[in-house]
Write a protein that binds this ligand. Sequence first.
Ligand SMILES: [Zn+2]
Length: 465
Amino acid sequence: MHIEFHGAAREVTGSCHLFQVGRYRFLVDCGLIQGSPEHEKLNREPLPFNAREIDAVVLTHAHLDHSGRLPLIIKAGFRGYIYAHRATASLCRVMLEDAAHLNEKEAERYNRYQAGRGKPRLEPLFDQNDVYTTERHFKPIDYHEPVEILPGVTVTLHDAGHILGSAIVELRLQEGNLSRHVVVSGDLGHVGAPILADPTVLEEADLVLMESTYGDRCHRPWDATWAELGEIIGSARAGKGNILVPAFAVGRTQELLYVFARYYRDWHLDEWHLFLDSPMAIEATALYRQYQGVYDKAAREIVANHGDPFAVPNLRLTRTAEESMRINDIRAGAIIIAGSGMCTGGRILHHLKRNLPFAQAHVLIVGFQARGTLGRALVDGAKHVHLFGEDVPVRARIHTVGGLSAHADQAGLTNWYAHFRNRPPVVLVHGEPSAMDALAQHLRTTLGARVHTPGLGQRLELARL
Ligand SMILES: [Zn+2]
């Protein structure tokens, strides 16, 4: 019985953990590698395991860095079921179809420009048909409902409070006389975050796999974060600029709409043109409306008293590319929420190209920015960036609102782990080395935890815990 780490090992993206129990093998997550173009090319390399020998997949949540290689394993011969929370299955349909569409467009563009230059044609990483095939493998399940996915492997999902449908995966593994109780945190939510419940706490395990994205940081308190957002919007209003918000279509966008509805008067949002410029975010918001059963108490009260928690009166939903391009004519007074969250593609790029050269424009960074991404370059203070083959000067003000994170911070991660009464060994995944090592040190010194931070391809024998 063992685990092999095939992604998000001493890095943030590409989550993929392979479990072997007796003669069965299953994955927890099968995510896309994201970041710089060189890094993303790794998705085209052969998989580090034989997909035909994988019997099942369990998905923690729908974000592409956890789900985006599912079509690839199916193309490589995987024939089993993909177990995921019902909302995750719905969100994956939206996200993977969108990703396939972008892949097709990217390949088309490449082939058009490279045609005749002797370069080999580029096939899309996966296309719509691959995604339709992938969708047929999903087995939606609910929280707190144990499911025997393979002989000797029982899975229970618990709410992780990270995005809609996100799950902590509790595994009961049995191989002959050896039994192991393993808990995989997935991405853990930020306690007190709007809309969703706080991450479920569990108290027993033989081994914990935990994310460590913000293992070296502490978020600001929520009240301070709302005050900060209000101030930025206020100063942009006085300076007559636009505000661009690169946001993950799933999770961050709904949180923003939810707080915009809540602070609509306080932040004078009626004086702005508000745009949700992302067809995927529009669809994801509809799914957030559909799965109200997983909301926290405050969100349920809003639904009971006011109805739709995402109702912002002057919000315009722009679905077509033409509508999106028309926003470019607005020089001041627009708040534009668009993907992608790390500015690696999507409609935010043409808004950035248009607005970055203006000192009165503002860019609101509200999520984690992986190394090598345009979003990270902006956060790190780049004075020039490359967009659509052009050099674009950055004169806009870049604000990083860290408190809005959908991930637990160092205190949140430590507190979640501290609920395990027997202090099981913990494997840290899903973090850049600096964050991971800081958290490892913190867990060792404050709680006496035994901490592993395995590298890519490393194996952990579960008999020897
Ligand atoms: Zn995530």
